[in-house]
Design a protein around this ligand. Structure first.
Ligand SMILES: [Zn+2]
Length: 129
């Protein structure tokens, strides 16, 4: 019964933006978040598609990179939330377009992200001894 009510509530929700990006475009954008070291370092702006953090990787004190299988480049984790879904301006994707950001976070995280929730950005702190 409760489940039916949730489904009904969801159906009434209006999408925040009109869909203007096709699924394959969003899928390709997601792939560009993987092994993206060259792209990130060529970019003057980066965007995390989980928490929305906007930054310049060159200005960040610490960057967390995941090592991928050779010969792939490393994958950047967001300096703020540590999720590995960062795109840089050099990727060619419209990383500052609110509709694009929304479409990506909905597609990649099934609507479960800090952007979808409208929650304020929180920085994850890592303490290294
Ligand atoms: Zn983030």
């Amino acid at each position: 019964m409760e489940r039916d009510q949730n489904a009904a509530n969801r159906a009434e929700e209006q999408p925040k933006f009109e869909r203007q990006y096709p699924d394959h475009y969003l899928k390709e954008a997601h792939q560009a978040t993987f092994a993206n070291e060259d792209q990130i370092m060529e970019s003057t702006q980066c965007r995390c598609f989980y928490c929305g953090y906007h930054f310049d990787a060159h200005d960040e004190e610490h960057l967390l990179w995941a090592t991928e299988r050779e010969p792939l480049a490393r994958t950047l984790h967001c300096p703020k939330c540590l999720v590995d879904c960062v795109l840089g301006s050099a990727s060619g994707y419209p990383i500052n377009d609110e509709a694009f950001i929304w479409a990506c976070t909905e597609a990649w995280f099934n609507g479960i992200s800090e952007i979808s929730d409208g929650r304020p950005q929180k920085r994850v702190t890592i303490i290294v001894d």
